[in-house]
Design a binder for this molecule. Structure first.
Ligand SMILES: [Zn+2]
Length: 478
């Protein structure tokens, strides 16, 4: 009788030992963690398990994890966003963009315009379980007005027509049913269509991205939307003669010459942009900025101020080009040479204005987001986000504030600040491990040692395999 209980005890002990779960998760130890909310934390151990950060604290010996990476001398920042991309603008890039983004530490992207039948399959592929791709948030098409800029004639077809408020309501309801994450309002909408779009999106809980429509002033349209791209048309509301400029615009928007949407818009920009900048009125502009305190500005300086820091003059441009599909690489080599030979003076004036206004906005407390418009105008997917961060610092943001613009701000736009944007327990596992301190020089965000995307650790080698696999039309690391 005495042996039986002992046997049970031993069996119980054995079963406890054999049921002890294998340790899981990955720890990055001895690392300096940097994010825009917590600042700098030295000698940390960051553990992630699946797609969640499960522990952040001083490095100690007691970690029980499956894998440990020594982060001595390295810096860990949250995964970066490119807050303005077009996955389907140029078919040559669509297949390789997700891998290129990851290879440059971009773990989330916001697609700000593409037709649904093209964007949806790409999004589905990127969101499939196990696929190595950034998180993707998409708007569907540019919601334009009676005239459409991107109509497939002189420009790629990524816009749709909304001639009346009813059209606008119907379009947005349909997009919502199809699953878009936000909407993008474009430049040719009338005030009535704009109002219907804002109202419908708010009803459906969709965040709103926008250009300032030419029929409206920044101080009127800005407060109704959650983000504005390219500082577009804000110069007109910063001019001493803003009311007259606006009157002229309303007159010309009737389109007496019967121009195409693209030509009508260009003619207005050419007519009014530089004169408006020349009439800059600080007090009026500050009043306009006062209305934009809750609207994230995405200045896309790498695009608007390209003349001030051309990518083809950078030391790593050839390396960036070498990662592109061959036909695009050749094409862009030719375009870059042509741009270098013929710098456009008008464009330089606008570049300086864009840089100035971004700095001014930041100084006054307007939130700034980091986006590139890739692949438009020789913007290498992923690579160009780092150029954008450099430009934001040049405009007056500190390196930490530049990091905020590519991490916390995008998360705020989607009301995801509880899930993304910092290195904290409970957040998604999107991280970038750097070999050098980005606060000393923002260009150090290019010094990528490894990337964690949706809980998957990708070494430099994994990332190269992904990029080459994308070129041959396959998926790499699964
Ligand atoms: Zn765009």
């Amino acid at each position: 009788m005495t042996a039986f209980p002992r046997f049970v005890l031993i069996a119980a002990a054995l079963s406890v030992a054999s049921c002890q779960p294998e340790p899981t998760g990955t720890a990055i130890t001895n690392v300096t963690v940097i994010d825009a909310v917590n600042g700098v934390r030295e000698n940390q151990a960051v553990v992630f398990d699946g797609d969640e950060i499960t522990s952040v604290g001083p490095t100690s010996a007691e970690l029980s994890v499956a894998e440990t990476i020594d982060g001595t001398g390295k810096y860990l920042i949250p995964g970066l966003w490119d807050f303005h991309v077009h996955l389907t603008y140029d078919d040559r890039f669509t297949e390789s963009m997700p891998a290129l983004f990851l290879s440059y530490g971009i773990t989330s992207v916001r697609d700000t315009g593409g037709l649904m039948h093209k964007v949806l399959p790409v999004v589905e592929k990127m969101r499939a379980p196990g696929v190595a791709a950034p998180r993707v948030f998409y708007a569907g098409p540019l919601l334009d007005g009676n005239f459409v800029v991107y109509d497939g004639e002189s420009r790629p077809e990524i816009g749709v027509r909304n001639a009346t408020p009813d059209d606008a309501r119907k379009t947005i309801r349909q997009l919502h049913e199809q699953g878009v994450d936000f909407i993008k309002i474009y430049e040719m909408v009338s005030p009535a269509v704009f109002d219907a779009m804002v109202e419908t999106a708010q009803e459906l809980g969709l965040p709103i991205d926008s250009h300032v429509p030419l029929s409206l002033r920044a101080s009127t349209a800005g407060p109704s939307v959650d983000s504005i791209e390219h500082l577009r048309n804000i110069e007109m509301d910063c001019a001493s003669n803003a009311p007259e400029l606006h009157e002229t615009r309303l007159e010309l928007l009737r389109n007496p010459q019967g121009l195409s949407g693209a030509d009508l818009r260009s003619s207005l920009h050419s007519l009014q942009r530089l004169p408006a900048i020349a009439n800059y009125d600080e007090a009026r502009c500050d009043r306009t900025l006062e209305t934009l305190m809750s609207t994230i500005q995405v200045p896309t300086l790498r695009l608007s101020a390209l003349n001030l820091a051309p990518p083809y003059e950078k030391g790593d441009w050839q390396d960036a080009l070498s990662r592109l599909p061959a036909d695009a690489r050749e094409d862009w080599t030719v375009s870059a040479a042509a741009m270098a030979e013929n710098p456009n003076e008008e464009f330089t004036a606008f570049a300086e204005w864009s840089l100035f206004l971004t700095g001014r906005m930041h100084e006054r407390g307007v939130p700034i987001g980091a986006g590139t418009d890739t692949p438009i105008l020789i913007s290498v997917p992923g690579y160009s986000l780092h150029s954008e961060l450099e430009m934001l610092v040049r405009a007056g943001l500190s390196p930490l504030e530049a990091i905020r613009s590519a991490t916390v701000r995008p998360a705020e736009f989607f009301s995801l600040a509880d899930e993304m944007g910092t290195v904290d327990v409970g957040k998604r596992a999107d991280l970038v491990l750097l070999d050098a301190n980005p606060l000393e020089d923002i260009a150090n965000t290019r010094q990528i040692a490894a990337v964690v995307s949706r809980g998957k650790l990708l070494t430099q080698n994994d990332l190269s395999v992904l990029v080459s696999a994308a070129h041959s039309g396959e998926r790499g690391v699964q």
